[in-house]
Design a protein around this ligand. Structure first.
Ligand code: BTN
Length: 416
């Protein structure tokens, strides 16, 4: 039986790598929303021999149908992607075409819609943006099988959405960030725990709860049940020109995932906000040996399903509180790690800064800049994010550059 792997995974190439590794497919295609994504996939993974890659650039114009025709053994194939096509019909068609050449089709879809009730070899995937049709796939080469079914909008109901080490390990087999993965129910801080592990680029500590979580500017980070807390090591030698931009790269990667849950934005330097409330914070720490940075630890706290926050945290909220839906923490974390892993592999810093600017709510807004003690030291309009990640504030005809290590920024009437 020959096998085709068709991916529509945006940045979540981890799924494709997993499929290719397990199935050793005869044909591999990638069909994506954006030509840029597709180019990035080819660039970042030169060893994968995609037979065809297709995408277009109209994602933000809501006009992102794409069509791909190709021929195998004289049989014409047509693949489609986008809103105007019915996912189920497209799937049935592809399956039929594959059967004509005695091949089976394995489709990998948007991972946030993949049901995590899979074991090592069975997946339900959504092969396109439509939410109701899923293909059940076994990735054991001996018994590859595709079974097309319809479920409710979010697939089969699960009753446990909280972090599970087994589930995370299943999905993070193919990423550098997350290998190795250490999981704890409770730690003081994932930074503390990571420091007890030998330095290894990508090593990741995940915890369900922290008793002494730390935030920017010496603040603490409330880390109750329902949140996702993690820290990972990065080798600064791999990012020599861009060490100070790791936070920016991570913020874009994280927000790319959050945007599927709501209209989230990045608040400079790297908070993720939804409805004007903070739902995620990012902090990177470099450890010096003499004057050399020996390793970087990046820590991320996500308020996924947290229910309540300390009264002093006026602007804190969670994805669940803001959207009204319980979030599957395993899927959310898996996607975020895959997205970070991808962005770190492919550091085209200019395009990442451009992405950051598009998603940054602070840009072009009027703000006050406060020092560590909370005193306002500057008021003005944010007029640019500079190539080193600093913020340009314009106050009349004065332009001042602000570095994130020193200050916090607030909107004139609130947090953003
Ligand atoms: C911020 O102040 O916005 C940054 C918050 C970073 C919190 C995370 S939670 C996981 C990791 N461990 C910590 O102690 N802090 C970071």
């Amino acid at each position: 039986m020959r096998i085709l792997v068709v991916s529509d995974t945006h940045n979540y190439i981890g799924d494709v790598l997993e499929a290719i590794d397990r199935l050793k497919p005869d044909y591999t295609f990638h069909l994506g929303d954006m030509a840029d994504d597709c180019d990035e996939i080819r660039y970042a993974y030169p060893n994968i021999n995609f037979n065809a890659v297709l995408g277009n650039n109209d994602f933000f114009c809501k006009n992102y149908e794409s069509e791909l025709t190709f021929t195998i053994d004289g049989v014409k194939f047509f693949m489609c992607h986008g809103h105007k096509y019915k996912v189920k019909a497209g799937l049935e068609l592809l399956k039929k075409q594959a059967e004509n050449i005695g091949a089976n089709v394995v489709l990998f879809g948007h991972t946030h819609q993949r049901l995590s009730q899979c074991d090592n070899s069975v997946y339900y995937v959504n092969p396109g943006s439509g939410r109701k049709t899923y293909a059940l796939i076994t990735t054991d080469k001996a018994k590859v099988k595709v079974d097309i079914r319809e479920f409710g909008d979010y697939g089969v109901e699960k009753n446990n959405y909280s972090l599970s080490p087994a589930e995370l390990k299943t999905h993070l087999n193919y990423t550098t960030v997350g290998t190795p993965l250490y999981f704890y129910d409770e730690v003081t801080s994932t930074f503390d725990k990571l420091k007890t592990k030998e330095f290894e680029n990508g090593a990741l500590v995940v915890a369900k709860k922290q008793t002494n979580g730390r935030g920017r500017l010496g603040r603490s980070w409330q880390s109750e049940d329902g949140g996702i807390y993690f820290s990972f090591y990065l080798d600064p030698k791999l990012y020599t020109d861009n060490v100070q931009l790791i936070n920016i790269i991570c913020a874009v990667a994280v927000n790319d995932v959050f945007r599927k849950y709501g209209d989230t934005k990045i608040k400079w330097p790297n908070d993720i906000v939804l409805n004007g409330k903070k739902i995620c914070g990012i902090l990177s720490i470099g450890t010096l040996e003499g004057s050399e940075v020996k390793y970087i630890m990046t820590g991320i706290g996500i308020n996924a399903n947290c229910q309540s926050f300390d009264k002093s945290l006026l602007y804190a909220s969670s994805l669940k509180s803001e959207t009204g839906h319980t979030v599957d923490e395993n899927i959310l974390l898996t996607e975020i790690i895959k997205s970070i892993d991808f962005n770190l592999r492919h550091i085209d810093i200019q395009s990442q800064i451009q992405n950051y600017k598009k998603q940054c709510i602070t840009l072009n807004s009027e703000v006050t800049v406060n020092n560590i003690n909370g005193d306002t030291i500057l008021k003005g309009v944010c007029t640019d994010i500079l190539p080193d990640g600093s913020l340009e504030i314009t106050d009349g005809d004065k332009k001042i550059n602000i570095n994130s290590n020193e200050v916090s920024v607030r909107g004139l009437c609130g947090y953003v």
